[in-house]
Design a protein around this ligand. Structure first.
Ligand code: URA
Length: 425
């Protein structure tokens, strides 16, 4: 086989066989297929797409490109969750302990953030001492003992995705349904959980800009999961504005703690309780929304979170301290009305420039910086009221403030928002 022939085949709109896909992935991992050919192939896939059979073959070739985790030593149905990325997305920080507080084991491997999107690992690493690198044996032991672990993906898990994702990131080939579906599902399948909840984000701050594409991506991933015997459900969730009120690593930990104490914004708490209800149901534990919410109010979920932090070396005293920044600036409303848009992408990029995110993989993060919104879409504001507070370790110029304000849209009419747009199972 020659890589160039396979690129040409895809370029001309033909299907690659199972053997050809396996050969390409094996070659990419062992270095015999170079980056420049793989990027040409990714671009050909961008324009020509892949059949269901090709996506399934690609996913399984990627699964087998590295270690596959065996969670069978942990009793019960293990549920996992994955988000396709967003801004201010602290859902895992709350959802994982909430589900674990019902005795359903959560053994989760998370990722880092890049560009305008944040990553759960970075948020957890903003807790002093929290270790995200845990070997497989200790990972399983921790879940057996505490019922929960959220760690970094091992270097050997889905090696092909590590290489391919980095390549896609710099060749404008990230936002392609077959490649996103195979990337996400190969990691979920290799990570070994019995059931998977997929949070497919939709909107300007997400890879899927419209609901039609999000629906196709969600259905593709659900089908991939089911084909290998994993119960899989996808929820399409709104990412037109940031999730909750904080963007920034430590700020999001603090917001997560508030929600875990039953004191968070009602919309986020409700949305997370709905996701928890679905995850519990995937593990055959049927609970009402009130019963789920009770675990936020009575401290059961918070206790699980603290147990996880301690088990992974985190400092509980440091956990609750507020952020330490040199500049804290309120952004005040200049007119009367209702917030009609807070574009997630723009504010994600704004927070990234403050140091809360990475423009390139090697960027160092400033865990303390970010934004806290006091008003979200649909809420009333009047002149002089604080819409948001910016936490920075640099001077916030007038220019930056003007830019920030320009992105906050205010209108006379109130618009409605909805977190969960659709459920695909
Ligand atoms: N998240 C992933 O893990 N992979 C993608 O390709 C996109 C989002």
């Amino acid at each position: 086989m020659r890589t160039v022939d396979l690129i040409q085949k895809k370029r001309d709109g033909l299907e690659l066989s199972t053997e050809e896909i396996q050969w390409l992935i094996d070659g990419y991992v062992d270095g015999s297929v170079p980056d420049y050919q793989m990027s040409a192939l990714a671009m050909a896939i961008y324009f020509r797409g892949m059949s269901t059979r090709e996506i399934s073959d690609l996913t399984m070739a990627m699964v087998h490109s590295g270690d596959e985790i065996d969670l069978s030593a942990i009793p019960g149905i293990k549920v996992d969750k994955h988000s396709t990325g967003g801004v201010g997305d602290k859902v895992t920080l709350i959802l994982a302990p909430l589900v674990a507080s019902f005795g359903v084991p959560v053994a989760k491997m998370s990722g880092r953030g890049l560009g305008h999107t944040g990553g759960t690992l970075d948020k957890l690493e903003s807790i002093k001492g929290y270790k995200i690198e845990v070997n497989q044996e200790d990972f399983i032991k921790q879940v057996q003992e505490t019922g929960i672990a959220v760690i970094g993906q091992s270097d050997n898990l889905v090696k092909a995705d590590k290489l391919l994702y980095a390549l896609r990131d710099v060749t404008a080939t990230v936002d392609i349904i077959p490649l996103i579906a195979s990337s996400v599902m190969s990691k979920k399948i290799a990570a070994g959980a019995d059931a998977i909840l997929l949070d497919v984000t939709v909107g300007e701050g997400a890879f899927m800009k419209n609901i039609e594409d999000a629906r196709i991506l969600a259905q593709t991933m659900v089908d991939l999961g089911k084909a290998v015997g994993r119960k899989t459900v996808a929820v399409l969730t709104d990412m037109s504005q940031p999730v909750g009120r904080a963007i920034g690593n430590r700020l999001e930990i603090l917001e997560a703690l508030e929600i875990l104490q039953g004191k968070g914004r009602e919309d986020v708490s409700e949305f997370i309780c709905e996701l928890a209800q679905i995850m519990l149901s995937l593990a055959n534990v049927e609970k009402s929304l009130e019963e789920v919410h009770q675990h936020l109010v009575n401290g059961a979920a918070l206790k699980k979170f603290e147990e996880m932090v301690v088990a992974q070396g985190g400092d509980l005293d440091d956990l609750y301290r507020s952020v330490q920044v040199s500049h804290q600036v309120d952004v005040l409303a200049e007119e009367e009305g209702y917030i009609s848009a807070l574009p997630a992408l723009e504010f994600g990029l704004f927070a990234m420039k403050l140091g809360a995110g990475r423009a390139v993989k090697t960027d160092e993060l400033d865990y303390e910086t970010g934004i806290v919104f006091h008003k979200k879409v649909g809420e009333a504001v009047s002149p002089g009221q604080a819409i948001a507070t910016i936490y920075a370790n640099e001077n916030i110029s007038e220019n930056m403030l003007t830019n920030f304000r320009k992105n906050v849209k205010i209108e006379a009419e109130r618009v409605n928002t909805k977190e969960i747009l659709e459920i695909i199972s």
